[in-house]
Every structure is written in C-alpha cells, then in structure tokens.
Ligand binder design. Structure first.
Ligand code: SF4
Length: 465
C-alpha cells in the first residue's frame, strides 16, 4: 500500500515538473520554471545567521531573501529574460549589485546542510571511497587534467539524455546495496522499478559520521604532493550537478575552498543551474580567480530545454548567470551541448552563431560542444520527451538519425554541427567532442569517418573512443 501511494506521488511530481505542451508558433517562453522545494532536516549552523544574503542580479524577489532559507532552492526572479533576450548582451546585462550585497568574502557554513528531499526526490547518502578521482577519459576531453570532484551520484535534475542514469544504476544499485538507504529512498527505488532519477544520491565516507567533505580531506592527502603543486585543472562534475540547489552550492563551495587550500589547481565548474554566481561568492576571495564557470546551453529555446532537462532552471536564466559572472570578471567557458539535429545547413549556421553570441564567445576561455550522447535509452527518452512537449519536428529530426542503419545520417548531423561551429569558434578555443564509429577491417564507412574526424583535430575536434 505504501509503495502504491509513493508511486502516485512520484508520478504527480513528474507531472508538475513537466511544462504544458508547446503551443503552436510559440518559440520562446517567458515563464520561469517552478523552483524545487527543498526540505531541510537539520538547522543551519548558527553562524550562518550572520551571513548576509547573497544576491545576483538584483530582482524583485531579493527583497524577500532570508538568511534562514539560503540553503533552499532559490527563488526565481520574476522578470525572466527570454532566450531571445539572452542573445542580446545589452538587454541582459545584469544591473549593478545592490548595496546590501556583501563586498567582502561571505562565510559559508562550516558543515554541509543535510536534506531529506529535494524537489520531491528522497535523498540518500552513499558510502563511497572517494569524491576526488582521476579520470583519463575526461582528461582526453580536455575538461580536466585528471582530477574530478563528484559530491554525489544522482542529481536533483532529471535530464532525459542523462547517461548517469545508466552508469550509476549499474554501479550503485546492481549489487542490491540500496537496502542500506533510508526507507523513503528504498521505497521510491522499488516503486519506480529502481529508477535512478527518482532519487538524489550524495556521497559520504564509509565510517559513521564521515561526510563527503571529510572524505575529500582524506582524498586530498592521498594525492601525490608533486601533483598537488602542479598548475592543473580539476573538473566538477560529471556525475551530478555541483550547484543543483543552495545546499549543493554551499557544499561545493566548502569543497572548492579545501581543494584550493591543499593544491595549486584551478577548478572548472559546469552546471545546469543559475546558481553559479552564489557559488562564486561563497568561495574565499583569494581563490576566486582559480574557478572557471560554465553552464550547459544545448539550445536557446527555454521550452525545448525544459522538455528534456526536467527540473533544471531555464536556459535563459543560466545564460543570465553566465553574463553576471563575466561582468564581474570571473573566468568562464562555453558548453554547447547536447545539441539536437537542425533542419538544414542554414539552421545549423544560425544555431551556432546565435549560441556563440548568447554565451559571449569572446569572454569564454574555451567552448566545448557535442551532439547528443547515445547511452542506454537516452536518445529514445529524449525523443519521447520532445514529442510529449509538442516538439514534433525536433523529435522527428532526432528519430531520423537514430536506430539501425542511421550511422551515416548521424554522422552528417555531427559533422554539420561541428562545421557550423568552426565558422564561429576559433580552433584554439573549440573542443568538439565526438565518438565516431570504431573502425574494423571490413567497415569502410567507419574507417573514412574516423579519418575525417582525425583530419579535423586542427580545427577543434576531439576524437573519442
Ligand atoms: S544535470 Fe547532468 S547529471 Fe544531472 S540529470 Fe542532467 S545530465 Fe544528469
């Protein structure tokens, strides 16, 4: 009976998380997504009461910001810029910070906030060996020089193309260890057929009371001193969003301060949220020049992004947060992915041009881009979500490049996307990620395709296996 009730709740949460079907001819939404509700289990550290509220850029809702609620999902600004306005640097330029905004370094809580639910998803704490790992695969993508920080394994958001669903499910739940989680989380996993995206998983140590941050302290001790003193880049995150809500932001800020104190590294931070300005201001001032911020922008269409990036803030809000960071002199990078197939060469050209303008290419140190990543059911889930939200043309275009016998058209989509970007993004900045087919002795198509991509490395292609 309990399980049946939970199933109903979960379904109902999802229904609320989805936006209404797309109206005819409506391309850009001006509506903000509803913020996820975050239930707090333990009170904030009392020292946080002295912390002034962080504000960016000034908005009517900031009047209501309360220090006691800074660990909850942030209020959405009332005046949401449209994707179209995100194209204009002038119209989206954040206003000056209000005088109440802290000018000195804010003090983050010394302990991470513990949550039991985020956006209706129960939260579990997964005993882990590490939150800081070395990843040659992500080094190949040039997102990191090897170190990767992951403070969790299941994200507050529910992107239809998320490959973590596939990977984490296999790694985390296949051994049946979910039975060690809190009852609500166990019940949700059972009720949803072990749906990884129905829950939020944070990492903790294996000893009682060992938090993810404590684990990080230990992990940092295990890295070779010579490597810690090198000027290299760490990446966060590939398994979860490091700024999915304010509790995540505070925990990530504490983790970054630890990393900056213990190493000489810079950290590249990628998010689908609009909270990176808050993260920036929670990191100690002396370390802020060592952060490089980026937000995912695979499309500029708010409705389209909302259909496939369920629960994430509007893409126009992410771009607004990126502009705020740029205007304040923070280092930034672009992340144009995943991008969907376009109708024709002209559409690919304007897609690339518009996004480069929106992210202010000139102010991005590098720009990563890639087509949709095919993992597990990610493509079919995305097609279904596009259909469900009324993006029939986009769903059909994705269907046309998916399935048996479609490798050549998938390649045409990837190459058209790449070539469009090469017209706007200098090779020195572009990092276009692509997995061409693996050549075999009999596959002429795979051999010639890989050879073509290898010939494009000079123009910014990164050929993955
Ligand atoms: S934000 Fe990233 S990790 Fe989270 S659901 Fe989306 S793709 Fe997955």
């Amino acid at each position: 009976m309990k399980i049946e009730l939970l199933t109903t709740n979960i379904k109902s949460n999802r229904i609320h998380a989805q936006r209404p079907k797309k109206q005819k001819n409506v391309k850009i939404s001006t509506k903000a997504t509803q913020p996820s509700k975050v239930k707090q289990l333990s009170p904030l550290n009392p020292t946080s009461a002295a912390m002034p509220p962080l504000m960016w850029p000034d908005s009517p809702k900031q009047k209501n910001v309360n220090t006691k609620t800074t660990t909850s999902q942030p209020s959405k600004v009332n005046k949401t810029p449209t994707a179209k306005s995100a194209l204009s640097n002038k119209s989206t330029k954040p206003k000056p910070m209000p005088s109440t905004t802290p000018t000195s370094t804010p003090t983050p809580n010394t302990k991470p906030t513990v949550l039991t639910t985020v956006g209706g998803k129960p939260v579990g704490y997964l005993p882990s060996k590490s939150v800081l790992t070395a990843s040659p695969a992500f080094a190949h993508k040039e997102l990191t020089d090897r170190p990767i920080l992951n403070l969790g394994d299941a994200c507050p958001f529910s992107c239809t193309y998320c490959y973590q669903r596939h990977m984490a499910f296999k790694r985390v739940f296949a051994d049946g260890s979910f039975v060690n989680h809190p009852p609500a989380l166990q019940a949700t996993l059972i009720a949803t057929g072990m749906d990884h995206q129905a829950v939020v998983l944070k990492r903790c140590g294996r000893s009682p009371g060992e938090t993810g941050l404590k684990l990080l302290e230990q992990n940092l001790k295990d890295w070779q001193p010579a490597e810690k003193s090198r000027k290299i880049v760490c990446f966060t995150s590939n398994a979860v969003d490091p700024a999915g809500n304010m509790a995540d932001v505070e925990e990530t800020a504490l983790a970054l301060n630890q990393i900056f104190e213990a190493t000489n590294w810079d950290v590249r931070i990628l998010s689908k949220s609009d909270l990176l300005p808050k993260l920036a201001e929670l990191v100690k001032e002396e370390f802020r020049h060592r952060m490089i911020f980026g937000v995912s922008t695979g499309t500029l269409d708010d409705d389209l992004a909302t259909a496939i990036e369920i629960g994430a803030p509007l893409v126009s809000e992410r771009i607004r947060s990126l502009h705020w960071l740029q205007d304040k002199g923070y280092r930034t990078f672009g992340m144009i992915c995943p991008s969907l197939p376009q109708a024709n060469a002209k559409a690919y050209a304007s897609f690339s041009k518009d996004i480069c303008k929106a992210i202010r290419l000139g102010q991005c140190e590098h720009v990563w881009a890639e087509p949709l990543n095919v993992r597990g059911n990610s493509t079919q889930n995305t097609i279904n979500a596009l259909m469900g939200a009324g993006f029939t043309a986009e769903a059909d275009a994705l269907s046309a490049v998916t399935g048996p016998g479609t490798k050549p058209v998938w390649e045409a989509y990837a190459q058209a996307t790449f070539l469009a970007h090469t017209k706007n993004i200098p090779a020195s900045k572009l990092r276009f990620l692509h997995y061409p087919p693996i050549p075999t002795a009999t596959s002429r198509f795979a051999i010639t395709t890989r050879a073509w991509w290898l010939s494009q490395v000079v123009n910014g292609a990164i050929v993955l296996n």
